[in-house]
Ligand binder design. Structure first.
Ligand SMILES: [Zn+2]
Length: 301
């Protein structure tokens, strides 16, 4: 198995987590001439260049970048922050940003960006999204204030004072096989022809192995054994971590459940190795963990 990180993993920063509690250091870091900001606007990332080769744009802190700085870490020794500019009506004309780039959905441009820049944008997007969705305390409803450079939100009601931390929601994605064949399915929202492995969210009180078995049963009616972890992919769209598995089927008659897949069937390793991608059939995008699970399984045969 390749050691290559999946797309959006490999953030090129020292997260320097101990610095998050040091207000004096953070103030100095924000004022440093070496500081850089990764702007985020309504979950979009600030980029330049063509859509199929976009580059992340980092700018110096300054006028126009009003917002609570989120300290992301150190790039070499330079402090890197994210700032959420979502309240701006036309963020691309703000002082400090004008003429330097545009805001794009990372899901559209991320896969074709330099990998480290895509990972940086994904981290910034995930942090901005979490802060924006946790402005109020989930315990008592009072406003929750940003603390520790954007990595904690603390309830402002002193009687409550609950600390809220950024969330990552685990999801499993699994290649179900019988040795020579794999199960691939289609969801109605997939692009034409695309077929993929199965996936689903972990529920409270479940182990990952149990989630894999439950989701496979719900989606295609098969029982599985030999559930093996392969690799993981940060997926902050908005807040997931994809955990990739293989699982061996112990029953073979596919029955797609309601509300899940529009179709699913077995495909042989030879078919997957030899097929020509097109409108009728193709595999998931190369940047996805689904593609990697399939590529590694095909190569292992
Ligand atoms: Zn509270």
């Amino acid at each position: 198995m390749s050691d290559q990180p999946n797309v959006y993993a490999g953030v090129p920063l020292d997260r320097a987590a101990l610095r998050r509690k040091n207000e004096d250091w953070l103030t100095q870091a924000w004022l440093s001439p070496d500081a850089r900001v990764l702007p985020v606007w309504q979950t979009r990332s600030f980029v330049t260049g063509p859509a199929d080769a976009a580059r992340a744009v980092l700018v110096p802190p300054g006028a126009g970048l009003e917002g609570v700085p989120i300290f992301l870490g150190l790039l070499d020794e330079d402090p890197i922050f994210a700032v959420d500019l979502s309240i701006a009506e036309s963020p691309e004309t703000l002082p400090g940003l004008e003429g330097l780039g545009r805001f794009e959905d990372l899901r559209a441009v991320g896969p074709l960006m330099p990998e480290k820049e895509g990972a940086l944008c994904a981290y910034a997007r995930g942090m901005a999204w979490w802060n924006a969705r946790h402005r109020f305390c989930g315990v008592c409803g009072a406003p929750a204030a940003s603390a520790e450079a954007g990595h904690v939100r603390i309830c402002t009601d002193p009687a409550c004072a609950t600390h809220h931390f950024p969330r990552t929601d685990p999801a499993v994605i699994m290649l179900v096989h019988d040795g020579d064949r794999v199960v691939l399915g289609r969801q109605s929202r997939f692009p034409p022809g695309m077929h993929s492995v199965l996936a689903g969210f972990v529920e409270p009180g479940e182990s990952l192995e149990e989630t894999v078995a439950r989701e496979v049963m719900e989606e295609v009616g098969l029982t599985v054994t030999d559930v093996r972890y392969q690799s993981s992919q940060p997926w902050p769209f908005p807040s997931s971590l994809m955990l990739g598995f293989t699982a061996r089927a112990t029953s073979f008659d596919i029955e797609t459940g309601q509300d899940e897949l529009e179709s699913a069937q077995w495909y042989s390793r030879d078919f997957l190795r030899d097929h020509s991608p097109g409108e009728e059939f193709r595999l998931p995008r190369r940047d996805s963990i689904a593609h990697r699970l399939l590529a590694e399984w095909i190569a292992a045969g």
